[in-house]
Design a protein around this ligand. Sequence first.
Ligand code: THU
Length: 129
Amino acid sequence: MDKKLLIKKALEAKEKAYSPYSGFKVGAALLTKSGKIFTGCNIENASYTPTICAERTAIAKAVSDGEREIVAIAITGDSEWTYPCGVCRQVIREFGNNAIIIITKSEEEYREYTLSELFPYSFGPEDLK
Ligand code: THU
């Protein structure tokens, strides 16, 4: 897996953020099992609640293109280390239970986690079987 490429794509995606209300930009880039990369940024709304996070933008793009297995996702935002919100952790759980989460500050500085480190004892598709 080309982590540096994924990180670069997340940093680039961040620049596309539409966040006039918070002023906070987030970018994400995910790698699917078949080797495709999908990117996303946060997209805010004047009515606030329709806002979608960068991670979920990227996941919606992947899934709507038929890609349901996330191998890794790189995330970057305007805070020093931007971690995914709880809702995004739950959505990553659906399509990337074994995913590597890469929290990136720059192309050189990043931290890696498994989803279960960031989201232990989670509820998922297996619970409904
Ligand atoms: N945001 C994300 O895009 N991803 C996260 O995981 C955390 C929050 C966005 C949503 C909103 O546009 C802005 O950051 C401030 O909350």
